[in-house]
Design a protein around this ligand. Structure first.
Ligand code: HEM
Length: 169
């Protein structure tokens, strides 16, 4: 199956569960909690300074806000990310200004798995499948960012975290 289709399938799995992931997490506030748990771990990561260094130009609050809006939207909730950043998500392009290789994807996943373990909405055996889907989605997306970044052209670089009203490709 082509890579892009597999990504869509693993994303769909997060929305087609019953109850859906968004509901299990506790809606919008629950997704904000997941992103907060995640970035608390990232910004406390003193063991791997090279990893924390990737986030040197970000503040924790802004990073939480961006990620949680994206995840709410990705999991089938309201378009909070679009409201802030415009119509085009371009996840790979938005990461293109950072140096992100396979080691960074692995570290990112470690913190996201920790955040998932801590999240109240994902505890218990009844959430095993949901956790598995989420893990697949995050892992797939993280390594997709790494691989796809290799193939980006210079004119596909993002405007960082700015609103992207004019880009149409
Ligand atoms: C592969 C490892 C990854 C690294 C090292 C990484 C690093 C970063 C950094 C440094 C930022 C800027 C923080 C900010 O918003 O100020 C960022 C933003 C963001 N990341 Fe990642 N990220 C990774 C994977 C992912 C994955 C897997 C997702 C989604 C599932 C994701 C979603 C986002 C979103 C939505 C933003 C905000 C982009 C924007 O609005 O400009 N990232 N990431």
């Amino acid at each position: 199956m082509p890579r892009r289709h597999r990504l869509v399938r693993s994303l769909l799995a997060t929305t087609s569960l019953s109850p859906p992931i968004l509901e299990r997490l506790g809606g919008i506030d629950g997704v904000r909690r997941l992103s907060t748990l995640f970035y608390d771990r990232v910004f406390a990561d003193r063991d791997e300074p090279w990893f924390l260094g990737i986030f040197a130009s970000s503040t924790k609050d802004e990073a939480i806000d961006n990620q949680f809006r994206y995840l709410v939207q990705a999991f089938g909730g309201p378009g909070l990310y679009g409201e802030k950043k415009g119509k085009y998500v371009r996840l790979v392009g938005r990461h293109a200004n950072y140096k992100i290789g396979a080691a960074a994807a692995g570290r990112w996943m470690k913190h996201m798995e920790g955040a998932m373990d801590d999240h109240e909405g994902l505890k218990g055996a009844e959430n095993d499948v949901a956790r598995g889907y989420l893990r697949d989605y995050f892992r797939y997306t993280a390594y997709y960012i790494v691989v796809a970044s290799e193939y980006m052209r210079d004119d596909q670089l993002s405007g960082g975290t700015q609103l992207d009203s004019g880009r149409i490709w």
